[in-house]
Write a protein that binds this ligand. Sequence first.
Ligand SMILES: [Fe+2]
Ligand SMILES: [Fe+2]
Length: 285
Amino acid sequence: MVSTDEMVEILDKVYDLPTLPTVYMRISNLMNRDDISVKDIGDVIATDQSITIKILRLVNSTFYGFSRKIVSIQQAIVLMGFNTIRNTVLSVSVFDEFSEMDNEYFNLNRFWQHSIACGIISATVDKSLNTGFRDEVFVSGLLHDIGKIILNKYFSTEFGQILAHAKKNHTSFYESERAIIGFSHNDLGEYLCDKWKLPFPLVESVALHHQPDNIRSSPKLVSIIHLADTFSYYLQSGYLNDFKQPQLSPFILEELDIKKETVRDLFKGVKQEYEKSMELFSFIN
Ligand SMILES: [Fe+2]
Ligand SMILES: [Fe+2]
């Protein structure tokens, strides 16, 4: 068993902790200024060719649903706005950073499929309930399980033990993590997102998507991620890492002001959108 403090100590000593491409940081810094222009942001994005290509592919996918073809980054910024473009840079940067990491316990493709599904479902729920998070909710859904990558990379022996324990005892991966190592992918994800200086609501949804009733400041956002995570389980006939059906926290029904019947209706609507996740996956990959 390792305490969360000890976990932080271990990770603080890691020299090759994944970093975000500087493009994201530079855009975030620019956005703190009052006098930013489309050209400024466009110039920063253009310094990274891989990100530029992926953004253009992504904005031309049916997920964004623009009626005409977007051919330049500047055009994309005008149509999407600064905030959405920053979140889109974050989404594609994360894919770039973690594009190779398969091993016997971890299937990266399957991981991203779940993550994208959760992003798309979160965005659909946000639209249906009119909660107004827009692209912020997509990127939160996309990153919610990012701690599993860190767990697999830096605690790979433990990762195997956690999986074996979950399988044997028919528990969720999250419960098994807590039983075996005493911390979870939520703690690891929080650590990483903090290091990356991501916005606090996003960090919170990564940290608390399995315990939404512990939320400090963004209960609606975290509730949507929790709901979308549960929906993804049923749509994808389970995850690779879970051996128990997830339970929807009653807290989120209250927080989102919905009834159980609404959850059923939402699920029906979400199914169709989920199909898009596979398309988006091929765009980013
Ligand atoms: Fe999770
Ligand atoms: Fe998940």
